[in-house]
Design a protein. Sequence first.
Length: 346
Amino acid sequence: MSYNGRLTSLSHGGGCGCKIAPGILSDILKASPIRNIPAALLAGSDNNEDAAVYQINDRQAIVATTDFFMPIVDDPFEFGRIAATNAISDIYAMGAQPLFALALLGMPINLLPMEVIQQITAGGESVCADAGIMIAGGHSIDTVEPIYGLVAIGIVDPKKLKRNNGAKAGDSIILSKPLGVGILSAALKKEQLSESGYREMIALTTKLNKPGVELAQLEGVHALTDVTGFGLAGHLLELARGAKLEAKLNWSSIPVIEEAVQLAQKDIYTGASTRNWAGFGHEVKLAQNISLWQQNLLTDPQTSGGLLISCAPEAEAQVLAILQAGDFMKAQKIGQFSEGSGLSVS
């Protein structure tokens, strides 16, 4: 193998599409049950939380997460930006403020020119600067495929912590970014993505979910997560399972990337989308008018996706105002929670 100027040619997957399929991951975790959980551990892997949270006093808890993956784009600087944005997103998804990060770097040293690797790390550093934090260290190894990401550390008031299991019946479901990034990445790898589609993909995947900090201050916000590798359906099911409720989606209300719709209708999607459906499709009830291309958008892995918010109906306007003030102009209500279980789409 040689480097031809396309980072994506060096990896078998890209972005959050690299995630292990949900069914396989569940089987892996079953073999390693967590025991003797301390009371100070407010959030762990019990409900697939976005980050671990450890309380250190009445007003402070440490939030820790890690995310890394293989290239989703060929431009090394943009790859670094996307990977860093995606990692820091999990801090914002807990309602926490980022403090600092550690870099995770795995590179095929004999294949990639030094300046390419430097551009990747520079991209990550630029996003951390935007988040107001620094990369304080990290770890690097020589690997077969290029890998980059961060360990992100944040802090939150335990009383303001937003977990993914607090949704209440009647809550509105709000999504801050449109769906379809995974489909755009699949088209990019097939060289079928337009220049405007590529620009939109970069803009979405490098936009930090900063409103998570402000949203956490609202009592009417009951649950918060971000949409990443398991797609909208998978991460919404996590909210539904955690609250023991049913999530009801209105397809026409879901914001979607226009070009992603066109590509999905041409049967372009990721392998991760298929794996996602195999892992949790039995929990999803689709109306008869929902087509396969729409299903593929619902399970499309979102690299650095938007915030998924469950809030009281009376807080809906304020939530949307906060998101729009943060330039999340396509944010909108996509459904609501009700008594029951699973996910239904009509």
